[in-house]
Design a protein. Structure first.
Length: 264
């Protein structure tokens, strides 16, 4: 979430699970690579692009894997979460930038591919914030560049099983068990869904609470915001296997770029 003060600047408000170093170090344990279909989808795209910007890169797992798999071009990860970037920066062979798309360097025609994985796109909550972010992405893309991201399909109402899906236990680096309990705030109204994640660990002084809000937009709304930024949808998929987008698809995976006549 972002808060825009009267002066016009933007201040990032980052979920505790992304800003706190202890919780950020647990992220890849709760969301391991082998259970993430999004990384299987995105990695070939990253490997085929000369320069890549990963917006909301988190712990940097996708870009780290790309470098390990032999990517020789520019890999840049951007994230506003201090804790996440501290974890990512333990791997030095990637460019890591702390911030969001508004505060980040003014990249112009710099990246062949911009991605937002892990449903990071849904963290853009307000219309103005979304427009600013998409404008920055459009500016950062090369003439033939692509912006690829996903958002959960609002028709599926996935949040109704989050309390089961996103609650669980992992064993941290010290061998201690850490438990996360997810609770969705109801009733859900409009296109914003909020949830709390409560983390408890053996030996911790107190539980750590993180509150998240995500925005659920459908295909028409997405196309409208992209169009305002000068981007058009060229492909959409409904799942990580590349299936067609339908009303029951869990994901809205979108590929966008400049209209053909505006490319160099």
């Amino acid at each position: 979430m972002r808060v825009r003060p009267a002066g016009g600047s933007v201040t990032a408000m980052v979920d505790t699970q992304f800003s706190d170093r202890r919780l950020a170090a647990l992220y890849d344990l709760f969301c391991p690579w082998d259970e993430r279909g999004d990384f299987t989808f995105y990695l070939p795209l990253v490997m085929s692009a000369r320069s890549v910007l990963d917006v909301g890169c988190g712990t940097g797992a996708l870009l780290r894997r790309a470098r390990e798999d032999g990517h020789e071009g520019r890999l840049c990860g951007l994230d506003p979460g201090v804790g996440m970037l501290e974890v990512a920066r333990t791997y030095p062979d990637v460019e890591w930038v702390l911030g969001d798309l508004v505060s980040a360097p003014g990249w112009s025609r710099a990246f062949d591919l911009v991605v937002m994985t892990g449903h990071a796109f849904q963290g853009l909550l307000g219309d103005d914030e979304l427009r600013d972010a998409l404008a920055a992405i459009a500016t950062a893309l090369t003439d033939d560049g692509r912006f690829v991201f996903e958002t959960r399909n609002p028709l599926v109402r996935e949040w109704e099983d989050w309390e089961v899906r996103y609650s669980g236990e992992v064993v941290d680096s010290t061998g201690a068990v850490v438990r996360c309990v997810c609770a969705v705030e109801t009733p859900v109204r409009g296109d914003l869904v909020s949830a709390t994640h409560t983390y408890t660990g053996a030996g911790w002084e107190r539980p750590l609470l993180s509150r998240s809000t995500l925005r659920f937009l459908g295909p028409d709304a997405l196309a409208g915001f992209l169009g305002e930024a000068g981007l058009v949808v060229t492909e959409q998929f409904g799942d990580w296997d590349g299936g067609p987008l339908t009303g029951t698809s869990p994901e809205i995976i979108t590929v966008a770029r400049r209209p053909r006549g505006e490319r160099g």
